[in-house]
Design a protein around this ligand. Sequence first.
Ligand code: SF4
Length: 499
Amino acid sequence: MLRQQHDRIDPKRRNIVDHRKKQFATPQYKETDYPTRLNFYSDAPTADITLEQFEQWAIDRLRVLGELEACSFRNRSPAETATHMKPLLDKYLPLDSNSSASSSLFSQRQKDHYSHFILRLAFSSTEDLRRRFTRVETMLFRLRFNNDDLSERAKFIAGLDFDWWETVTEQERQEFATELAATAGPRKSPEDDSWFKVDWDRVPDLVEGRRVFLRQGKAYVPGREQSSMVVAEFSARLEKQLQLTARALPRLDEDDRLTPILNHLSKNFVTPDAAYMSGSTAPVGAQISANNIDSLSQHFPACMSHLHRSLRRDAHLKHYGRLQYTLFLKGIGLNLEECLLFWRRSFHKIDDDKFNKEYKYNVRHVYGDVGGDSNRRGGGYSPYSCQKILTEHPPGPGEAHGCPYRHFNMENLTALVQAMGVSDRATLQGIKEDKDHQKYHMACNRVFEYLHKNEIKKAKEESVMTANQLETIVHPNEYFKRSYLLKNLGKDADVKMEE
Ligand code: SF4
């Protein structure tokens, strides 16, 4: 798959690197043509590409996937997502239809094909990554499928090797014309001219909703329902294939050109706006000091509220809890001196000597006060985004880090959000449903909206919220900042909603 690349590969290794690893699937070189723009990615690519292409194509796809994920966090509708994504897709991953006059059809489709497979390698190592990757790739597939022109889509579907799906012949369509017309209903669309049949138990929802015609154990499904079935099949296959890739991954370690690139790719799968800069981001007019963290904690999201409560209860937090919380405090604008003072006072059961030896260095390191050059130059670490907190280092017994919406059971979560001030039954029920559907951000935003409902109403009436501030929160520091600004709006002349 990779052509030798002079500046990246140790010349001594050139002859011994078998660059067509087994996990790249079909070991023999096979000419690939791309009859349609949509691809089910059933076969791995086998032609040679350069290491630069390998990396750049993957990065370009990652940009698209990251932005798509951000759209879903922000609860954008399919139409809004399509509009938002269009320029990005045109720039990073264009995919023209056969009917376009484009002369780049092959190169576009090749890039799409390769970048998908490269990211499969980068995102197959853990269940979390696999789930995320499947989710965003499915979103991309759905977006493209829905935008495809009808004849090309029909050609693509005809080429799929679905053995559980049969096209309804012209003869059958005539025979059951009345029943099919009744099923299609008055809102018949051009897609409904194509029908297909499947075993009825494959489409229980459609059967239950009487959206199919049933005969001899088969459900006759109208074309407009094809989209969701094809998309579901895409998702199910990708999930299985990622598991197979995960099993083949250890063999990839032999290739030390690829492993660092793949690790880098998976580490950088953060939504573009989920990263928070490492500098102070105190809201304008806010006093952020060790003395007032207790009162500021009313503006903390559940994750940080729980860390703060645990710290006050135990006068201690374990390593990842300290790290997550210190980074957050740094992000709200607490400077290093105040942060050290805060931790020193909070760990009141230990003496100065123990604190200085065991804890002080880590806090300084987080702020970039000590450590290697790049850490210092970069001002230390950045506060964790929700994505990072949700997916990395799940808390073990006795640990207080993580995201309560994901890592708590419902009973503990209910107790926590009640302690934060959520008493409304409908909101608690909504949180439960969000959690059941693994929409942890939604639960967090639901709590935010409940706790700030009066202020949000007022800010909307006075038109002091920017479009940004109405979007879904995907970062704990964003939660804090927005909460602080809303609660202090009008109280202090210095506090403004501008961020
Ligand atoms: Fe914290 Fe984000 Fe979880 Fe909210 S969704 S509790 S901000 S990690």
